[in-house]
Design a protein around this ligand. Sequence first.
Ligand code: SME
Length: 161
Amino acid sequence: MAVADRIEEIRSELSALAETLPSAQELMRSMAKLLHERMLKYNWVGFYMLEPGARPPMLVLGAFEGAMTPHTRIPLNQGICGAAASSGQTVVVDDVRKDPRYLACSLETKSEIVVPVFVRGQVVGELDIDSHFPAAFTPEHQNLVQHCAMLVGKKLENSGK
Ligand code: SME
């Protein structure tokens, strides 16, 4: 199956999950599992959520699939994760060895994408994906991951949990 067709198929499955699952927590768990199982170059898939009320703000590891990471709490001034959450922008890194912000999770990771999750215009967390392949996150993948983050943000807005 061509990558574009696979992405389209997964996009619709995720939209269906977002409609049927009762909470954002369940959506994040199922989404991490589905992306990790079905997108062959998505070797670590997880959510970091901003800890409510934490000062300074702190990203805390939530639902994830892949090897356990040493980075379970990340301040906003650290890592690709901190950069995405503090800027509210998607960050794509084609070669993590060349990015001084990168916090290593696995020695095998070559590229990474982090997409913020918004609730009513505010960043509440992010979807982080690592690949063992360089430059894995082409524009069509960026679209898919942004769609995923949008579904989670909408679910949090609508279900509140
Ligand atoms: N690489 C991330 C840290 C999280 S692990 O990849 C799971 C970063 O640089 O922020």
